[in-house]
Design a protein around this ligand. Structure first.
Ligand code: PLP
Length: 400
């Protein structure tokens, strides 16, 4: 018996924690950059499950890999080796330029492992200083990762781990003042996502690397959102030529199947000794098979090239079409990670876009964030642009 969307919504509200402000649609099917609700209405997904469906919804290669793997072996724990996990480890190391990898299940877990490595580094070196993260950062919702991030997510959850200091993004002087020989680690999202799509300057990152080298500080990049071809390179650090000691990723890696990865230089990977960290599910056969298929698709379809080209087009069209609009403060981003900062709060714009059949999002209250699947077509991008700009105009009459 077919259930109504109302029934499904009500059941969700009744039995689940009240944690998410959800939009009313109940989604049923996805292909490429499109999704459909229970009633068959079509939407263009300009958010890609918050930067997850980089290869598009239900990419046939990913579907095939998951179906095949599900019929063979889903999970055995990390007490045993599996062929899929072994191959994924080698592929990720090759594509990331790092040396070793640890698999987990989410972005927060990938960052949590990085923080544990930092703590271990402090223990081994006797450093007593802080871990530095950037203002407005978002690294996840565990106790460890909220301690690194924005006040908004920390409130009400103390006491939290101590010895964490925030410095402003792109402020080299503040960073120089904050780092010394006692500093343990510096954690950076090369492009802040939840913070409002804020790319970190190349000179800032280069200075960060230099200061970390000078003071023996671990440089950790959180590429949970900006990694996996999203910005037009496999990992965002490749735009800057600044390689971290530890690199965390997740979202786009499994094509929607949960998996996280913490990669490290050989030296940093050796910080964690046998038995000091682990997870039951991390990188199980199903997730690894999905991720292997995702990486294959990224290379075969040149999704880095596509992200670069489509992102450049989207950004230039946005700039052209909003020229002179007072309510648009800036348009920024790299590749297919694009933010349009408004002078007013963007939540109503998201609602209006939804009415026009486009899924979107607003980050840090004022920034319309576009994270479309990298396989989105020109026609679909036109619809996204049209829905976005019409919705902005409906919310805030445009002068100019
Ligand atoms: N780090 C960054 C940069 C993120 O954007 C996110 C999620 O949005 C996380 C970490 C946490 O990832 P997850 O929600 O998979 O735990």
């Amino acid at each position: 018996m077919k259930r109504t969307q109302e029934e499904i919504r009500e059941q969700s509200e009744t039995y689940q924690f009240n944690l998410y402000k959800r939009y009313p649609l109940v989604l049923k099917k996805g292909r490429g950059a499109r999704v459909w609700d229970e009633e068959g209405n079509e939407y263009i997904d300009a958010l890609a499950g918050i930067g997850v469906n980089n290869v598009g919804h239900c990419h046939p290669k990913v579907v095939e890999a998951v179906q095949k793997q599900a019929g063979e072996l889903i999970h055995v724990s990390n007490l045993y080796y599996t062929d899929e996990q072994a191959r994924l480890g080698e592929e990720l190391v090759r594509m990331s330029g790092m040396e070793k990898v640890f698999f987990s299940n989410s972005g927060a877990e990938a960052m949590e492992a990085a923080v544990k490595m930092a703590r271990k580094y402090a223990t081994k070196t006797g450093k007593t200083g802080p871990v530095i993260s950037l203002e407005n950062a978002f690294h996840g919702r565990t106790i460890g990762t909220i301690s690194l991030g924005r006040e908004k997510y920390r409130k009400g959850f103390g006491p939290l781990p101590e010895r964490i200091v925030n410095t402003p993004v792109n402020d080299i002087k503040a960073l120089e003042a904050a780092i010394d020989d006692q500093t343990v680690a510096l954690i950076i999202e090369p492009i802040q996502g939840e913070g409002g799509v804020v790319p970190v300057d190349k000179v800032f990152l280069q200075k960060a690397r230099e200061l970390c080298d000078r003071h023996g500080v671990l440089l950790i990049f959180d590429e949970v959102q900006c990694g996996i071809a999203r910005t037009g390179k496999m990992f965002a650090w490749m735009h800057y030529d600044v390689q971290p000691d530890i690199l965390a990723t997740a979202k786009g890696l499994g094509g929607g199947v949960p998996i996280g990865a913490t990669m490290a230089s050989k030296k940093a990977a050796a910080l964690l000794d046998y038995g000091e960290h682990g997870t039951t599910f991390g990188g199980n056969s199903l997730a690894s098979a999905a991720a292997l298929a995702v990486l294959e698709v990224i290379e075969e379809e040149d999704l880095c090239g596509q992200a670069e080209e489509k992102g450049a087009w989207l950004m230039s069209e946005l700039r052209k079409r909003t020229e002179g609009w007072d309510c648009v403060k800036t348009i920024r981003g790299i590749g297919m990670m694009i933010g349009m900062e408004l002078t007013f709060k963007g939540a109503p714009v998201v609602e209006k876009m939804l009415e026009k059949g486009v899924l979107s999002n607003c980050a840090n209250d004022y920034v319309m964030r576009l994270l479309p699947p990298l396989v989105i077509t020109r026609e679909e991008m036109e619809k996204v642009l049209d829905a976005l700009l019409t919705s902005v105009k409906e919310c805030e009459p445009v002068s100019g």
